[in-house]
Design a protein around this ligand. Structure first.
Ligand code: NOJ
Length: 535
């Protein structure tokens, strides 16, 4: 591994394909739409696109229920259109990362259709079938992530099958060598077609306890929280054997130079970093979701960054994720003002940044009327605010009908603010969040100190989060005011450089030319600045 692999230097942009751009007026985004918008992504400056699943699927979980791993759902296009997308992506020097969903298939996948035909079918052991528990009922107490038991009884054969998510998403049995080989064939299929890597869905779920022991109750469970939180997922996920499987995937990926293996993992830090694998034999990038989960204040963010940096194995490359299709949007979580600070933080931290489509224009969660709810989790556990539709609404391109997303009826309602909050308008507006993102991305590319350079915290508390990024050529200081109030700068931080030596490179608040050499003494509420040190 060289120190400058693209997935270390680069910025990943997450496209939720249903909502990015429709090209055939059916109200759902598609591959042709993504291709049409590559100019925009080039203008923005990102390096790689990760696309949520586009494979044939009954869409019970919007593509995370795959019924054929080696084709494209007609809703999104065809294999030929996929190839055209790969070609267009490469022509722009971008990378394309696909979502791989190996933990479960759709219940309509031919493997499962076969598996459920009889206890003696050759595919029976491709899934997780168990006899009823003693006295009848489910084999153990494991819960589905979307509520209810994780076991579904199949009357035809008198056994239960396991599903960590919907009953329409039966889990594959990763203890079975045939299953592993079948999924590795799938990986090869897409790698040969030119994809630059995979984001592996729920990778920490692949292995389950060999004895199917009950999960213990969660002593911190609070009423009103999703049912899955009633139990600690001690035996149903994150089993030690999973690392052997991931090492196999990594070995396969390594045969294709320059490809990346990204793992989706929601675990506490000490368990998350194990997914780099022994001697870095695991995922290149175990997704780090701490920016999504952490409290938005200096003390929390500073200790989180310090602990993460300290926990990384030697040679393990950091990464930071600001949003995704499962989480409330950043502008909703911390407010529109702090969303700018968050952009500056994401794009100046050490490690690969992943940003979620629409966050660059400050899109917020869109309230979805009950009658329009589509997310299966929302439908199964209404009233708990678990619904993921609000963060999946169509991209807002311009102020024409349906924000330029579709000429049909959009599959989810659009935000009512799209006339103001859209790419066209914000791209033309000096000082917009979109221009800020573009500027930050440009700086990160121009100065390797900001992407692959070193990192040093300059604060531990107070309202301003401050840190230094440096390499042998350059040194930058970043100051982020996480409060709503004006904060004086210099009393708060232990900068190594005298004020006169700093040049202001960028402010979230678009300070004018005159500020660039005069030292800034205080930051507006929610303002962030980047200084370059003069030698
Ligand atoms: C994680 C995906 O991000 C989420 O959208 C999906 O529902 C589950 N995995 C199940 O595949």
């Amino acid at each position: 591994m060289s120190a400058t692999d693209w997935w270390q230097r680069g910025i990943i942009y997450h496209v939720y394909p249903r909502s990015f751009q429709d090209s055939n007026a059916d109200g759902v985004g598609d591959l042709g739409g993504i291709r049409r918008r590559l100019d925009y992504l080039g203008w923005l400056g990102i390096d790689a696109l990760w696309i949520s699943p586009i494979y044939p699927s009954p869409m019970a979980d919007f593509g995370y229920d795959v019924s054929d791993y080696c084709d494209i759902d007609p809703l999104f296009g065809t294999l030929a259109e996929f190839d055209a997308l790969v070609t267009a992506v490469k022509a722009r020097g971008l990378k394309l990362v696909l979502d791989l969903v190996p933990n479960h298939t759709s219940d309509r996948h031919p493997w499962f259709v076969e598996s459920r035909t009889s206890r003696h079918n050759s595919k029976r052991n491709w899934y997780i079938w168990r006899d009823p528990g003693p006295g009848g009922g489910a084999p153990n107490n494991w819960l589905s992530n979307f509520g209810g038991s994780a076991w579904e009884f199949d009357p035809a054969t008198g056994q239960y099958y396991y599903h960590a998510f919907l009953k329409e998403q039966p889990d594959l049995n990763w203890r079975n060598r045939e299953v592993r080989d079948a999924i590795y064939d799938v990986m090869r299929f897409w790698l040969e077609r030119g994809v630059d890597g995979f984001r592996v869905d729920v990778i920490w779920h692949l292995m389950k306890d060999a004895w199917f022991r009950d999960n213990p109750p969660n002593p911190s469970y609070q009423q009103g929280r999703p049912e899955i939180e009633r139990l600690l997922q001690l035996h149903s996920a994150d089993q030690p054997e999973v690392h052997g499987v991931i090492a196999e995937m990594r070995r396969l990926i390594e045969r294709y130079p320059g490809r990346v293996l990204i793992g989706e993992i929601y675990l506490p830090l000490d368990r998350l970093v194990k997914y780099y694998g022994e001697d870095l034999s695991g995922a290149h990038l175990p997704f780090n979701f701490q920016l999504i989960q952490a409290g938005w204040n200096t003390r929390t963010l500073a200790s989180m960054i310090r602990e993460y940096e300290a926990a990384l194995p030697k040679g393990g490359w950091p990464n930071w994720v600001l949003g995704n299709h499962d989480q409330h949007r950043v502008a909703t979580r911390i407010g529109p003002q702090q969303a700018r600070v968050a952009a500056m933080l994401l794009l100046t931290l050490r490690g690969t940044p992943t940003l979620y489509y629409g966050d660059e224009i400050g899109m917020e969660d869109v309230p979805i009327p009950t009658a329009s709810a589509r997310d299966p989790w929302q439908l199964r556990e209404p009233g708990l605010s678990v619904g993921r539709d609000p963060q999946r609404t169509p991209m807002q391109w311009d102020d024409s009908a349906n924000a330029g997303f579709t000429t049909g009826i959009p599959w989810l309602p659009l935000s009512s603010n799209y006339a103001k909050c859209n790419v066209e308008k914000l791209a033309a507006s000096e000082g917009s969040i979109l221009r800020l993102y573009r500027h930050l991305i440009d700086l990160r590319h121009r100065f390797p100190a900001l992407s692959t350079g070193g990192f040093r915290l300059l604060t531990e508390g107070g309202d301003i989060l401050a840190y230094e990024r440096f390499d042998e050529n350059e040194c930058f200081e970043v100051y982020l005011n996480l409060s709503r109030e004006v904060q004086r700068l210099d009393e708060k931080v232990s900068s190594r450089a005298p004020r006169e030596k700093r040049t202001l490179m960028l402010s979230t608040h678009g300070r004018g030319e005159s500020d660039f050499h005069a030292p800034v003494r205080s930051l507006e509420g929610g303002e962030g600045v980047i200084y370059k040190m003069r030698r």
